[in-house]
Design a protein around this ligand. Structure first.
Ligand code: MLC
Ligand code: AMP
Length: 467
């Protein structure tokens, strides 16, 4: 399966085919440098990549894919607990990053853009995972989602069709390069469609405004900040398409963005495990609060709370959204139980999201079935992982973590902590930021004497959210 079609030369090339944080690379230069990485990575079990927003990250990613070695992106600020877990769980035996990147116990593969080779590695047949992306669940440490080159290609082709995305586009975003949105859509998408890529380093309104793109990607927090910054928003008026995803785009943000930029955003829905499965269309209706229709090849259904009954497509009845199709992952790495839970006996993936489907087929995502999965700034954060990190602090007796509604981030990570000694909220925030990664830190810590529990001892999180 050839995934990186734009590297075959058919779309032409330019010195600034890729621009990240002000530095540029042509596709030919990318291929030359990535081929060096591929030569060094060949035969590895898995290649971890410290996914800073840099050209080196893209070179390492492409090198791993060309070598047929599963690529495991790491959040650059991942603390020791998160990083050690991902390295151990994925079996990564090489770690790629800038030459000064500390590799720890794993062998280092330094990426130097000055190194290039004319030897070429034909893209592998695709039997092994292309990417292993780590995602948090309700409990326990993050799980490795195995995505095949075939699923990645099918997902990107479906989006290219839905958004009329071509080599004429210049894609702009500033999203992190260790998740589906920034990495799969935001980097591999450009390397498959042949569009130019501008990565702004951070997803700031000013960075987006300066970039002069035709196609812009953002999470709702980014769009909300752009909509509030009129000068930047107006600069996007000439773009072809503004696309929001990774979390619900609030209707007032949709409307404000449409008013200030002169164009309604596209909203699309997906998951690490399924890639992007639903979207409104470039040529179709863009309805506020709706994520539109299944993309090419994807099938959806709603299932009632009892797990079996079908839910009518009346735009009101709620059910769990289940999906099937060629964009789905090949299972969680080494997790037979999680895999058994994730799929129905008839082969559908349970998303854990609650949705409605209208008579016209338009889907609306209403929320998540579990309060233990938090979406903050578009990042998925498992309450259980943050609670476990907090309990590792010597002055914490117990902790419960919830996602409180927040105008900027969608949800805010809030920790209710029973202390067992002198400790401040700031200290606990820093403790989590250092052990896991910065975006998983509780932004608010409430010290309490006890946690509300039901008769079975389970914490009543809804009560914490109400109080
Ligand atoms: C803050 N910082 C700290 C810290 N507190 N550093 C150390 N310790 C602490 N206690 C630093 C950070 O490192 C960072 O530095 C800076 O402060 C700001 O970080 P932040 O507070 O986390 O930024 P924030 O404003 O909250 O970020 C908002 C955001 C971000 C929207 C930019 O949440 C984001 O990038 N979201 C994108 C998530 C995403 O791509 N999700 C896709 C998942 S895939 P510095 O130096 O970095 O500025 C998916 C599938 C699909 O969902 O459908 O797409
Ligand atoms: P992740 O595991 O980070 O890929 O996050 C996937 C989750 O993000 C989904 O299960 C949804 O809960 C949420 N999500 C993604 N896109 C949207 C959207 N457009 N609207 C609402 N929720 C979304």
């Amino acid at each position: 399966m050839e995934l990186l079609t734009a590297l075959q030369g058919g779309f032409g090339d330019s010195a600034d085919a890729l621009r990240i944080d002000g530095r540029t690379l042509s596709r030919e230069q990318l291929l030359g440098a990535a081929s060096v990485v591929a030569g060094r990575a060949a035969g590895a079990s898995a290649l971890a990549v410290v996914a800073r927003p840099t050209l080196e990250t893209v070179v390492a990613l492409v090198g791993g894919l060309l070598a047929g070695v599963p690529v495991v992106p790491l959040a650059p600020d991942a603390g020791p607990v998160e990083r050690d877990h991902i390295l151990r769980d994925s079996g990564a035996d090489l770690l790629a990053g800038a030459p000064d990147e500390p590799a720890g116990a794993v062998a280092a593969l330094p990426v130097d853009l000055a190194e290039s080779t004319t030897s070429r590695h034909p893209e592998p047949s695709g039997e092994r995972a292309g990417l292993v992306l780590y995602t948090s669940g309700t409990t326990g440490p993050p799980k490795g989602v195995q995505l095949s080159p075939g699923a990645l290609a099918a997902g990107l082709d479906a989006l290219a069709a839905a958004w009329e995305w071509t080599s004429e586009d210049t894609l702009v975003h500033g999203l992190p390069l260790f998740h589906v949105h920034g990495l799969v859509l935001g980097v591999l998408g450009a390397l498959r469609t042949g569009s130019k890529l501008v990565h702004t380093g951070r997803p700031t309104p000013a960075g987006y405004a300066e970039a002069q793109g035709t196609l812009y990607f953002g999470v709702p927090t980014v769009w909300s900040r752009i909509a509030a910054d009129e000068a930047s928003a107006r600069a996007l008026g000439g773009a072809r398409l503004l696309v929001s995803g990774s979390a619900p785009l609030p209707v007032p943000v949709f409307e404000r963005l449409a008013a200030v930029t002169g164009q309604a955003p596209i909203e699309r829905y997906g998951m690490t495990e399924t890639l992007i499965t639903l979207s409104t269309r470039a040529a179709g209706e863009r309805r506020p609060g709706s994520v539109g229709l299944p993309v090419d090849g994807v099938r959806t259904r709603l299932v009632g709370e009892d797990g079996g009954s079908a839910v009518p497509s009346d735009g009101e009845s709620l059910g769990e959204l289940q999906v099937a199709g060629p964009t789905l992952f090949d299972g969680y790495l080494g997790r037979p139980e999680a895999n058994a839970e994730a799929w129905t006996s008839d082969g559908w993936f349970r998303t854990g999201d609650v949705a409605t489907i209208g008579p016209d087929g338009f889907h609306r995502i209403v929320g998540r079935a579990s309060v233990d999965v938090i979406k903050s700034g578009g990042y998925k954060i498992g309450a259980g992982e943050v609670e476990a990190a907090l309990r590792d602090h010597p002055a914490v007796a117990d902790a419960a973590v919830v996602g409180a509604p927040d105008a900027d981030l969608g949800q805010l990570v809030v920790a209710f902590v029973i202390p067992d000694g002198p400790v401040t909220g700031e200290q606990l925030t820093a403790f989590v930021a250092e052990r896991l990664s910065v975006h998983k830190r509780p932004r608010r810590v409430v010290l309490v004497d006890e946690l509300p529990r039901n008769a079975l001892g389970k914490v009543l999180k809804k009560r914490l959210l109400e109080g």
